[in-house]
Design a protein around this ligand. Structure first.
Ligand code: ZN
Length: 396
C-alpha cells in the first residue's frame, strides 16, 4: 500500500521514499510513499522526476500508485522525488476553484454539479440545470470571486462517512473514513484531489463557454494565471478587430452586427443587379443574333462571366422565344445551358448527355441545366454539342 503524502500535504514539492517494486525493466516504480498525484477524480496526474528520471504518468491502482518513467531506473532503492510544482499548483487552482464554483451554483440556484473535468487548457463542469442565463452566470462569477477575495480557509479532514453525510454537498458512495475538503462556511465535499490552503490562492475565476448537453449545462471555467492568460488573449483578439474597424472595443459588438446586416442587404442588391443586367444582355444578344434555318437562335455567353452572372444570363435566355443558350466559366470549368419553353428539347437531358461523352457531371430542369468537366479542353466540345443540331418547335 502506497502512503499518499499529498493527502495531508498538497504543498509537498519533494520527498524521499523507498522503492518496493520495479516492473517493466525499471520503467514502472512502486514506492512506500509518494507525493505524486495519480490521475483520478477528473484531475490529471503530476509529472516530475524520480531518482533523476522523468515521471510521465502516475496511475492509481487502488492500494498502490504506479510511477511510469520516461526511461528505466537502475539506481538504489532509496529515491528522491520532485514534483513539477508549476503544474501541480495550476491544477490545485482549477480544482479548488471548481469546489468553490460548485458550492456557488448550489448556494445561488440549487444546481447540483454532476461531473467535472480538468484539462491542460480548459476545465469544465456539468450542472443539472435546464439552462443558465448570462445574467445568472454573471451572478455566480461575482459571488465566486467575492469568496476568493474573502480568502477563506480550505481545510482537509478525515471523517466517518455516516457522520459527515448530512454536511456533504454531494452524497458519497464510499463508507468508512472519508477525506473531506471544506471551504469554510461555503462547501463540504468528499474528495481525494489536491487543493489550495485558502481561496485567495485561486486568484481569479472566469466563466467561459456555456453549452447545453442533453438536460444538463456544461460550463467552461479557468482559474488563477490561466484566467489572466485567457483574458489577455481575448483582449488581444478583440483589439485586433477593433483596430480594423477603427472603433473602440466596447463598440465592436454593435458594429459587427450592423456590418453583417449591411453585408446581407448589399448581397441582395447585388443579386438583383446581376439579374437585371443579365436580362438586358440576353435580350440584346438575342436581337443581334440571326435565327438559324430552323428558326432557333443559338446564343453563346460572353467570356469572363462569374458563375452567378452565367446562371442569371441562362435563366434570362430561357424566357426568350425559340432560344438555345450556353456558356462556361473557365476558372471553375462549369457550363450552363438554357432552352426556351417553345422548343421541343430538354436542357437537363441535353447537357447530361453531352457531359457523359467526356466524363463530366451535371443536369437540371427542362429549361435550365448546369454541369462541370474535369479539363479545360472538354469545355468547347460540350458547348458545341449542346448548341449544335436542329430543334423542333414544341406543338402547342
Ligand atoms: Zn477536490
Amino acid at each position: 500500500m502506497t502512503h499518499r503524502l499529498y493527502y495531508t500535504d498538497a504543498y509537498l514539492r519533494s520527498f524521499d521514499a523507498t522503492i518496493v517494486e520495479r516492473a517493466e525493466d525499471g520503467r514502472r516504480l512502486y514506492l512506500d510513499r509518494t507525493a505524486f498525484y495519480p490521475t483520478s477524480g477528473g484531475q490529471p496526474n503530476d509529472v516530475g522526476t524520480l531518482g533523476g528520471v522523468a515521471v510521465v504518468d502516475v496511475v492509481d491502482e487502488d492500494e498502490r500508485i504506479a510511477h511510469v518513467l520516461a526511461a528505466p531506473y537502475a539506481g538504489p532503492d532509496g529515491v528522491h522525488g520532485e514534483i513539477d510544482w508549476a503544474r501541480r499548483f495550476d491544477f490545485a487552482q482549477q480544482h479548488t476553484g471548481q469546489h468553490l464554483l460548485s458550492g456557488t451554483f448550489e448556494e445561488l440556484f440549487d444546481w447540483p454539479t454532476v461531473s467535472v473535468h480538468f484539462g491542460d487548457v480548459v476545465s469544465t463542469l456539468e450542472i443539472d440545470a435546464p439552462a443558465a442565463s448570462a445574467k445568472q452566470l454573471r451572478r455566480v462569477e461575482e459571488r465566486a470571486n467575492a469568496l476568493i477575495a474573502e480568502n477563506r480557509p480550505v481545510v482537509v479532514t478525515f471523517e466517518d462517512a455516516a457522520a459527515v453525510a448530512p454536511r456533504l454537498r454531494r452524497p458519497s458512495a464510499r463508507t468508512g473514513t472519508l477525506r473531506i475538503v471544506t471551504i469554510e462556511g461555503h462547501d463540504t465535499s468528499a474528495c481525494g484531489g489536491t487543493h489550495l490552503r485558502r481561496t485567495g490562492e485561486i486568484g481569479a475565476l472566469l466563466l467561459r463557454r456555456v453549452e447545453k448537453i442533453r438536460d444538463h449545462v456544461r460550463i467552461e471555467f479557468t482559474c488563477g494565471a490561466r484566467a489572466i492568460r485567457r483574458a489577455r488573449a481575448d483582449y488581444e483578439a478583440l483589439s485586433d478587430i477593433a483596430e480594423r474597424m477603427s472603433a473602440s472595443i466596447d463598440d465592436v459588438p454593435m458594429l459587427v452586427r450592423s456590418r453583417i446586416e449591411e453585408g446581407k442587404s448589399l448581397a441582395a442588391a447585388n443579386r438583383r443587379f446581376i439579374e437585371e443586367l443579365s436580362a438586358h444582355r440576353a435580350r440584346a444578344q438575342w436581337e443581334s443574333t440571326p435565327a438559324g434555318g430552323d428558326g432557333v437562335r443559338r446564343l453563346r455567353a460572353a467570356d469572363g462571366m462569374t458563375a452567378d452572372e452565367l446562371r442569371a444570363w441562362a435563366a434570362a435566355c430561357a424566357l426568350l422565344p425559340m432560344t438555345v443558350a450556353a456558356g462556361a466559366v473557365r476558372e471553375t470549368r462549369t457550363i450552363a445551358l438554357a432552352v426556351s419553353a417553345d422548343l421541343d428539347a430538354n436542357a437537363g437531358a441535353l447537357l447530361k448527355e453531352a457531359l457523359q461523352q467526356v466524363g463530366g457531371r451535371g443536369g437540371g430542369s427542362p429549361r435550365t441545366a448546369q454541369g462541370s468537366v474535369a479539363e479545360d479542353a472538354q469545355l468547347e466540345p460540350v458547348l458545341n454539342a449542346v448548341l449544335g443540331g436542329t430543334h423542333r418547335v414544341r406543338a402547342s
